[in-house]
Each structure stands twice: as C-alpha cells, then as structure tokens.
Design a protein around this ligand. Sequence first.
Ligand code: CA
Length: 419
Amino acid sequence: MRHAQLSLIVPGLFSGAGLLALIAAASAALAAPARADTPDPATFPAWRDAFAARLVSEGVRPDVRAAMMDGLEPDLRIVERDRTQPEFVRPIWQYLAGAASAERAAGGRRAAERHSAALDQVEARFEVERHILTAIWGLESAYGAIQGDFDVVRSLATLAWEGRRRDFAEAQLIAAARMIERGYATRAELKGSWAGAMGQTQFIPTTYLERAVDVDGDGRRNIWTSEADALGSAANLLVRAGWEAGAPVAIRTILPDGFDYAGWNENTRRPLRAWALDGLRPAGGEWAADDLHRTARLILPAGARGPAFLVFGNFEALMRYNNSTAYGLGVAFLARRLADGTEPPGGWPEDDPPITRSQARELQEALTALGYDTQGVDGIVGANTRAALKRFQAASGLTPDGYAGRRAYEAVMAARAAR
Ligand SMILES: [Ca+2]
C-alpha cells in the first residue's frame, strides 16, 4: 500500500502483512536521509555467499538456491528508501481523509461490482464482511492496481545485506525460497513493494506461507492476479486473528464531562458495559445491547481535542494486518463509506498538528531532563513518550492526553527553558 499511494514508514514487528505503518506517513519530498553512510557494494558478495550457505543448511533445493542467488546484485534504491526517514509526520486526519476519500470509495464500489462473485464466495466461506475486505484491498493495492514491481528477492537481499533489518529480511528470503520450492510462484513472479510486500493483499513471504489460500480452486494461492484468492487470503488472515462477523471495529465516542484522562490508558480493555457506566456514549444513537459484553479500549488519536474512539476485537485483528492505528481507522471508515456513504469523522484539532521528527527528539530530551523519562531519544513518538508526556501534562495542570502536538511541544519546551 502505502507502498505506493500512501507513502511509507515503519515496519511493524507484529505486522501480519502490510509492512508500513501509516500513522507517520509523510511526503518523500520532505524527507531527509537518516544516515549518510551507504554500504560498499563490494561487500555484497560476502553476504550473498554466507546466505547461500545458510540456504544449504536450511535444506533449500539446489535449483531454487541457484534461481535466487546466482548473479544477484544489490539494488541501491532499496538502501536509500530504507534509510530515508521523513521529517514531517502526516496528521492522522489527512491520512484518513485520503484513505476514505470519495474517490477511493467510488473506486471500491466499481471494484466490488466487477468482482462481486469473488466477494460473495469469500464472504460465505470466511464470514468477513465484503466492505471490510474491499477497504483493505483499496488501501493495500488500490484494488489491485498498484502492487509494486520490485524484484522481491533482490529487495529483501539488499535489506539483509544492508543490515538494519537483517533478521527480518533473511527470514523473508527463506520463506520466498519455500514459495518457489513448493511451486506457489516462480522466481520471476515474486514482485512487490520495495520492502517485500506482494500482490493485491501486500503479503510478505512469511504471511503468504501462513495465511494465503486458494479460493478459486485452481490449486494455486494466487494473490497477484486472482481476486478470489487475494480477498480470501486477506479474510483468512483476519479470521485467524480473531475476526468476529457482525461485531464493530471502531465506534466514535463522546466522553463525559470531567472524564478522568489521568486514569485512562490507551491499552486498557474493558467491557463496553463498564465504559457505558462511566458515562461514555456513542456519537449517534445508543449502544447496541449485543455489544455491551464486548471488550474495547479507548483511543484518542489526536488527543483530547480530537475525536475519541472505542476500538473492539476486530480493530485488533486489523492491527495484525498492519500495526497502525491510522490504518485500522482507515479501513473502518472506508468500509463504512462503502457501506452507506458516511464520510470519515471530522472534529480534528487541525490547529495542533503532530510535531516533526526533530521536534520529537527535542521533546524527548526535554521530558527526560524534566524527570519524565521517555526511555530514549529516537524522534519517534511511541507509547513511552506518550506516557512521559502524560505525566508532565498531569503535573503541569494540562489535560493529560499524551498527544504530542505542537501545543504540548511548546508547553514542554517552555518548562524546560524555565528550569
Ligand atoms: Ca487459486
């Protein structure tokens, strides 16, 4: 996805398929190299020979080893992409507006109409709703139109040689070898994104081996040119991650006056009944009685001044597909727009955008100096940084929502300067 049309970022450790977390998506034009040193291509043959020996020890068939490794050279474009970190973090509201745009929804309706038989078949077999599958399809590959045409073996070999993500890349290469060995794809057919995500579902090789399925019955799990196989493979991934048909993904929620932000934690799951007793209510209508027993956690993707969402088990299944809050909400809102035309929610704090990478480094340094340890300074706002910011906000009489926007940044820098 993102891969092409939604600009990239961070491979999620738990990413089932898609590699790139979208929440930090930024324009490549604004990107700056994170590291200047480029590895010397003269060192590639040493990695190649060592990995070829590993394929022998893994028992990979000689003809498959030869097909993968003979004459293999690094692709230096991959090194550049892997080492380029965007300075500007794209606001989630911009991401969601694009993910669930009218244009993408219109494209989704056309694609779903064209492939309604495949969607019928997949819905019946896996009990995953067609709008969800269509939304994933749209975000992953623009409904199959943008799958990436990088040579996946060469891309992964380059990542393995470069070394920043060697273990990941070598595990993917071994999975790619199994795909060729078992006749799932030829060496030449392994095409995908620069980071190794393939086909209409953008599965990496390990995910392909674990989750891809043959739905159209031709004996091949073809996620590249069979919509039935691709959509079925996405559905299978979700079912194996606990998808529950008919259950909600994310519900926009109104918080009660005096909500206890300090006591809130974005990872705490509670039955919806408990949230309702605390005074949380849905943005429209009433809670469905069938949902009251379901557990949900409360997320505030842009802090207390933006919309709040209760996210359910189906949201966590989407996190297994791509470990990004923005992605999960993007799928939910695109699916909703496909279903009934509802636009993605507004009410975002557009005057308080997320801080840049270098500002995040300054924020982390300042918070740590002030006694709110962020567990490191890496320019990436994660759970530790949000928790430290929350403690600073609580101690400073600010709403402790942990949202690292420009306002919070300025408050922290002012406190640091006053020290
Ligand atoms: Ca097939």
